[in-house]
Design a protein around this ligand. Structure first.
Ligand code: OGA
Ligand code: NI
Length: 208
């Protein structure tokens, strides 16, 4: 690609390192958006989605009070319709490794559907029992998102709060271990491809 493209990535990476989060509009083009959306729709119709963080009994109740989304994990070998998306993810990994001297070595993504009335309470994306999620990456697919539809991503940054609308083709990157965030209650169906860029924890290098 052109130097211009490289410069843009250097700016993005700078912003991400300084602010711990980054919003990129028009990260994909309209053709890609249509392909990803129709793939998403096909799987919604097939009822392939499972309630996120599902448990039983009391646990189920509690989890629903924390998050109400439905997810379907992606597999880059099988979900070939999304190969352009995975190419974008790989580019992000390569750029971050190059300009931030990171050693990201993989990713995990799922489709996420928040039906009307659902939300995800304030949280961090790194869990104690598994902490190799370094960067959270969310691509929004909501073509007709309008003010008042809700479902904004709210990020908490050292006392400051920002609300980010989940509009189509917008990507948000943020440090999974540092940026607390929440999904505000959505008033319409809300769609995204959500995932994490992973680094190999030192203790697990023998598995590589
Ligand atoms: C998550 C999450 C944010 C969003 O899945 O952990 O915080 O905007 N998603 O969908
Ligand atoms: Ni999150």
């Amino acid at each position: 690609m052109t130097n211009n493209h490289e410069d843009i990535w250097i700016d993005w990476v700078d912003t991400l390192s300084e602010e711990n989060y980054l919003v990129i509009d028009d990260f994909i083009n309209d053709r890609e958006l249509d392909i990803f959306l129709s793939y998403f729709q096909d799987h919604l119709n097939e009822n392939d989605f499972k309630k996120a963080g599902i448990g039983t009994g009391t646990e189920f109740q509690l989890k629903s009070q924390i998050r109400g989304d439905y997810i379907r994990w992606l597999n880059r070998e099988k979900d070939t319709e999304l190969s352009d998306f995975f190419a974008r993810v790989d580019e992000a990994i390569a750029r971050l490794n190059r300009y931030c001297f990171l050693s990201l070595s993989g990713s995990e993504f799922h489709m996420a559907h928040y039906p009307k009335g659902t939300f995800y309470k304030r949280h961090l994306d790194q869990f104690n029992h598994r902490s190799n999620r370094l960067i959270s990456m969310i691509l929004y697919l909501n073509k007709d998102w309008a003010a008042g539809d809700g479902g904004e991503l709210k990020v908490y940054l050292n006392g400051e709060e920002r609300k980010i609308a989940p509009i189509a083709k917008r990507v948000v990157l943020m440090r999974s271990d540092l940026v607390e965030h929440e999904v505000l209650e959505t008033n319409v169906d809300r769609y995204s491809l959500t995932g994490w860029l992973l680094y190999q924890p030192p203790g697990l290098t023998f598995l590589a």
